[in-house]
Each structure stands twice: as structure tokens, then as C-alpha cells.
Ligand binder design. Structure first.
Ligand SMILES: C[S@@+](CC[C@H](N)C(=O)[O-])C[C@H]1O[C@@H](n2cnc3c(N)ncnc32)[C@H](O)[C@@H]1O
Length: 224
């Protein structure tokens, strides 16, 4: 898979793409993360990329012509399953289901806005707007990192144990995972549930399924 990120600040991605699971996936060539600097597509001597909004208003907007040029440069002709996402607080809310859909593509192009955002006409050249939540960040870089992290771990062979992506929250019926424990068996009077030490896998599975349902129920109530 190729993930192309269009940004004014490629340097902020350096640690994220080089560390831990994403770093190893890159080394094994399971994913290619391309950082494309939108500023490289500005032609004026100050390399400016933004301008004041027509009609007035606070802040600056990224220019559609410059972002368009960066987008066209990011496209890869031979890759059939390519999809362009604009990070935008007004977009469709990101979920694990959406991440799974994204992981089926060969090429994801993520466009990060900054300042007050991007000239609205960019919407004619993208496939979907994505929001990572109902709050405003300074730029699309953190949302692009969120998507990259969540998608890369679903690429086959990235995780050593593929079962990890099946037995986890938001997978089956959007259910949460059951609580998990490791050593020590007792910490400050808090004991690991007896059933998990029993070695009876049928009973453990039953317990986990019931705990997962309880957790999911509680979390749904919290959201209301
Ligand atoms: C300060 S925000 C612009 C906010 C915009 N003026 C508004 O009121 O909706 C700058 C950029 O950060 C990104 N961004 C901010 N919050 C986001 C969110 N919750 N989800 C996805 N992208 C976000 C977008 O790329 C956006 O263009």
C-alpha cells in the first residue's frame, strides 16, 4: 500500500513513520509513506500557499490551485484503487469501519489543511472528507497520522499476530474488547479474575464474551 500525505509540515511526521510498528512496516516495504510538501508547488518567490478569504474573515486559506497541483503530482497512474481524502472537521466521522474500508485501497492520498482550511473548490477534486472528531485542530497533520497508524496495522503481515486485529474493539458488532490482565497476579490487593487463571478456555471465552457485552453496554450509556 502507498499512503501519500499532502502537508505544509512534512517534518512533523518523521518520528511517527519511523517508529515501532509503522517503522517496521516501512522497512519491510509493506507500506510506502510519501510526504509531499504542498509548498513545493507554489511558484512565487516567497513560496506562499495561502491568501485572504473573499468576503473577509479571520485567517488565511490554502489556495486551491496550489493544493490541486500537489494532488495531481501525488496521483500514481498505475495504481487502480486510489482514493483521495481531505481532512476536514466537517467530514464523515472516522470509525474503525471506515479504517477497514481505507485499508482495502492500494493508494490513499490524505490532504492536510492548515490555517483556516482550504478553498472550498478543492472538494471537486477529492473523493471524501474525513473528520476525526467534533473539535478543531490547527491542521490536518494529526488526523493524517491517526489514519496512517490505524490503517497500517491492518495491512496483512504488519502485525505479527493477525488475530490481534480480529479480537479487538469495534470489530465484531462494534463491540468493545473484554478487560485484559498480565503479571503480577495480585497488585495492591487487586486480583486477576480467577477464571483467567483456570486454564479452562471454554469458560474463559464465555467470561470474555460476557465482559465485552457489559463494557459495550456501559460505554453506549456514557455516550448518551
Ligand atoms: C483550524 S482547521 C480549520 C477549521 C475550519 N475553519 C472550520 O471552522 O471548520 C485547519 C485544518 O485542520 C484540519 N482539521 C482540524 N480539525 C480537524 C478534525 N477534527 N478532523 C479532521 N481535520 C481537522 C483540517 O485539515 C482543517 O482544514
Amino acid at each position: 500500500m502507498v499512503i501519500s500525505i499532502l502537508t505544509l509540515f512534512p517534518q512533523v511526521f518523521s518520528q511517527v513513520v519511523a517508529t515501532s510498528i509503522i517503522g517496521r512496516a516501512k522497512q519491510k516495504k509493506l507500506v510506502n509513506i510519501r510526504l509531499i510538501n504542498i509548498r513545493d508547488f507554489s511558484k512565487d518567490k516567497h513560496r506562499s500557499v495561502d491568501d485572504r478569504p473573499y468576503g473577509g474573515g479571520a485567517g488565511m486559506l490554502l489556495r486551491v490551485d496550489i493544493v490541486y497541483k500537489a494532488l495531481e503530482a501525488a496521483r500514481i497512474k498505475d495504481l487502480k484503487r486510489e482514493k483521495v481524502f481531505l481532512l476536514d472537521p466537517a467530514g464523515n466521522l472516522l470509525t474503525q469501519k471506515k479504517i477497514r474500508e481505507m485499508s482495502e485501497f492500494n493508494h490513499l492520498i490524505l490532504i492536510c489543511g492548515h490555517y483556516e482550511g482550504i478553498d472550498e473548490r478543492i472538494c471537486h477534486f477529492i473523493d471524501e472528507k474525513i473528520s476525526i472528531g467534533e473539535y478543531i485542530l490547527t491542521g490536518g497533520e494529526i488526523p493524517a497520522m491517526v489514519i496512517t497508524d490505524a490503517v497500517v496495522r491492518l495491512i496483512p503481515k504488519v502485525l505479527e499476530k493477525p488475530q490481534s486485529t480480529i479480537d479487538e474493539s469495534f470489530t465484531e458488532d462494534n463491540q468493545l474488547e473484554a478487560p485484559q490482565y498480565t503479571r503480577p497476579v495480585e497488585f495492591m490487593g487487586l486480583k486477576v479474575p480467577e477464571i483467567l487463571l483456570s486454564g479452562n478456555h471454554a469458560q474463559i471465552n464465555k467470561w470474555r464474551s460476557s465482559e465485552a457485552k457489559k463494557r459495550t453496554g456501559k460505554s453506549e450509556k456514557r455516550g448518551k
